[in-house]
Each structure stands twice: as structure tokens, then as C-alpha cells.
Design a protein around this ligand. Structure first.
Ligand code: NIG
Ligand code: FE
Length: 391
């Protein structure tokens, strides 16, 4: 097995609190060893093992961080909504109405076109330091179009999510309950082989709390794991449903009550914030400080989709979180790595300690603070996934 030594790391972020007693587990002047696809040694550069090393990567004092874990993305769709974005920036607010436009284009696209577009987005994400990405369906909304969306998703990631309950498609406008039955029955059955997760957009203009509960329970009964879009556009029961069903994560959470926050704090459910969506729709940001004060586990993700957040760039998400949501740079980096891993219930990614997947980025800078301090500047020099250099 090839042994690679990464040494002369100015600052290594391990996310292993046993290193320094802080969540980021910071180690200055560090090195680590990769064997195959795993990290097998971490420690001071001076005492790094140097025998039988096939490959040496000299970090030359730069900062090394775990690969970003982007736990919320919609990557299977056709076309874009640039005109909607332009109109929204001038005057109109965001609602979920544009989703059906993307559904129309997605239904017309071939599997090859959808795969090419999803791969392009994953390549973009990889180049910006993302090494694990979740991918939802949700722009097909027929049995066949949801199934083929998930077949495409499965070709770009193992973290695939059935989101047949994104919105009620036009043809079911007058009979939404029939659509819910379709989602819970034939569509779910067709999605099962290609999905790990089930998600529902529980919000204004999408699905009610009762419908969300029914759909998530149907998925759970067939072995899928629940997560949901909750409280993005207005207050509601989304967070409570997530906690009640032990969802891995409730996502967006821009409109939440004290009761929602205390329920989350007592649960295993992560709150995943998607501030690039609020940025791109000029909407109210979630109150991250309140979540942190209550001890809620917080993740950051891109929400990449053609409507509300057309970005795959996690450093950009970190920059918004630090500037506008008042995360500390440490909280933001942790939430974009370990927090994302927890939102996917993964223990093998989001950290760099012995036994972890060798997924990491070498920044061009001596510190991770620069990710927010130098917004919009590409600072990711190298990206490694499963022990292989991909950038
Ligand atoms: O997460 N909230 C629902 N879905 C997406 C938006 C999808 C779209 O507008 O196309 C989101 O923001
Ligand atoms: Fe989303």
C-alpha cells in the first residue's frame, strides 16, 4: 500500500479535540501519514515516520484542513434560473414557485445531460475543497424522473436523498393528497434502490407538517433515513417533526422558536444552516448565535440548486457565516467539516485523525481564518480524496 507523508504543515486542523482541548484540534508544525485511503499517523512534523514513504508532500508551512462535507445540495437538474435571479435582485422576493420551471426542463433532459451537469457541479465543489457531498432528487417529480435523477445522483455520491416531496408538481395542483400518495407509494418504491435518505420540503408553498410526517414515516418504514427542509420561509412544525423522527438534520431553520431550539439542543438532530440561500434570495438569516448558545450542533452546507443558492463553494458559505451570521472562523470551519459529517451521521469524514478517510485540502495560506478574511479568493491549493490527489 502506498504511504504518503504530508509534512511541514504550518497549521493542521484535525477536528480531534484530544489534540488541544478545542473542537478544531489544532496542531502547529504538523505532519500526517496516509496509507491507501486512510490517515494512519498524525503528529509533530519533526518526529514523523520517514521510512517506507513512497510519496512526500511538503506543505511548506501552509494550513491543512479536512475536506469540506457539504451535507445539502440539489445537483440533478437541467437549465438555470438566471432570469429569475435578476428579477429577484431588482424587486421580487423568493418563493418556491420557480422549482416547477426547473422540473419542466429536467423532465425533458436526457440522463446523459443530467449526469454531465451533476458531474460539472461536483468537480466545481471538489476544486473548492469539498470531498463529501450529499445530492438530492426533487426536480423530476414523476416516478420515472425521480428514479432516474437518483440513478444520476448515485453516480456522483453515496449520500443520495429522495426528495420527491420538493413541491407539488403542476399536474397535481388540484389534488395534492394524491401526489403525497404517489410519493409514499410507487415513487418511494422506485427510489429505494438508489437512496440513503428521504427529505421533505416542509414549508409555505410546499408540504404541510402532516404531509411531511406521513412521507418521512413512509420512507423510514422502507429503510430510508430522514432529514428535512424545515422553517426556511416561515415558522412551522418542521424542526419539531425532525426531532420527533430523529432526523439526522433539519435544514435552513431561518424561522425558529425558543421551543424549537430547546428541542434541538436535547436531540441528536443537527441544525444545518444554508446561508448562501438567504444571501442569494436576500432573506432573513437564521439566528446562529442562539443555536450555539443553546448547545445545538450546527452544520454549514451550500444548498447548491438553480433557484435559491447556485453555488458549490464552501469557502464562500464560510465567509457569509462569519461576516453575517457571526460564527467565529473556528465555528464556521468546524460546521463545514465535522458538522457536515454529523449531519450525514458519518464518523469517517470531517476530521483528520488516525482511521479517518484521507480527505483534505492544502490552503495557500498559513491559517484557516483566511477562508473568511479573503472572501471570493480561491485559496484551496490542493485537494485529496480517499488518499488520492484530485486537485
Ligand atoms: O433548499 N427549499 C427548497 N428547495 C431549494 C430551492 C429549490 C429551488 O428554488 O429550485 C432550497 O432552497
Ligand atoms: Fe435545499
Amino acid at each position: 500500500m502506498t504511504r504518503t507523508l504530508v509534512d511541514n504543515i504550518g497549521l493542521l486542523v484535525t477536528n480531534d479535540p484530544s489534540i488541544d482541548g478545542t473542537p478544531l484540534g489544532l496542531l502547529p508544525d504538523a505532519a500526517f501519514v496516509v496509507e491507501g485511503d486512510l490517515v494512519t499517523w498524525v503528529g509533530p512534523s519533526q518526529i514523523a515516520p520517514r521510512s517506507e514513504i513512497a510519496n512526500r508532500v511538503n506543505a511548506q508551512g501552509r494550513c491543512v484542513i479536512p475536506g469540506f462535507v457539504d451535507s445539502h445540495a440539489h445537483l440533478v437538474f437541467a437549465g438555470d434560473r438566471a432570469a429569475e435571479f435578476r428579477a429577484r435582485m431588482q424587486r421580487e422576493g423568493y418563493d418556491a414557485g420557480g422549482i416547477n420551471y426547473t422540473v419542466e426542463l429536467t423532465r425533458k433532459a436526457s440522463n446523459g445531460q443530467l449526469l454531465q451537469s451533476a458531474r460539472r457541479l461536483v468537480a466545481e465543489a471538489n476544486a473548492a475543497g469539498t470531498t463529501t457531498i450529499e445530492c438530492k432528487s426533487g426536480y423530476g417529480l414523476t416516478v420515472d424522473d425521480e428514479a432516474r435523477s437518483l440513478v444520476v445522483a448515485k453516480q456522483v455520491t453515496d449520500e443520495t436523498t429522495f426528495l420527491g416531496a420538493h413541491v407539488v408538481p403542476k399536474e397535481f395542483r388540484d389534488s395534492p393528497d394524491d401526489y403525497v400518495d404517489l410519493v409514499c407509494g410507487p415513487m418511494l418504491n422506485a427510489a429505494l434502490a438508489h437512496s440513503k435518505w428521504i427529505d421533505v420540503f416542509c414549508d409555505k408553498g410546499a408540504f404541510t407538517a402532516d404531509q411531511a410526517r406521513q412521507i418521512l414515516k413512509a420512507g423510514i418504514a422502507k429503510g430510508l433515513l430522514p432529514r428535512l427542509h424545515a422553517n426556511q420561509l416561515e415558522p412551522g412544525e418542521g424542526v419539531q417533526i425532525g426531532v420527533e423522527l430523529d432526523a439526522a438534520s433539519v435544514d435552513h431553520v431561518s424561522h425558529i422558536s425558543d421551543a424549537d431550539i430547546s428541542a434541538l439542543a436535547k436531540s441528536n438532530t443537527v441544525a444545518t444552516l444554508l446561508p448562501a440561500a438567504e444571501f442569494s434570495t436576500r432573506s432573513q438569516y437564521p439566528d446562529a448565535r442562539r443555536l450555539f448558545e443553546a448547545g445545538v450542533t450546527v452544520a454549514l452546507a451550500s444548498d447548491c440548486n438553480p433557484g435559491s443558492s447556485y453555488t458549490t463553494n464552501m469557502p464562500f458559505v464560510i465567509a457569509i457565516a462569519v461576516r453575517d451570521l457571526r460564527f467565529s472562523p473556528e465555528q464556521a470551519l468546524w460546521s463545514a467539516t465535522k458538522g457536515g459529517a454529523m449531519a450525514l451521521r458519518r464518523t469517517d469524514v470531517g476530521h483528520l485523525s488516525v482511521g479517518a478517510s484521507a480527505d483534505f485540502s492544502i490552503l495557500s495560506t498559513p491559517s484557516y481564518i483566511h477562508l473568511a478574511y479573503r472572501p471570493g479568493v480561491p485559496l484551496i491549493d490542493e485537494v485529496w480524496s480517499h488518499g488520492n490527489r484530485i486537485k
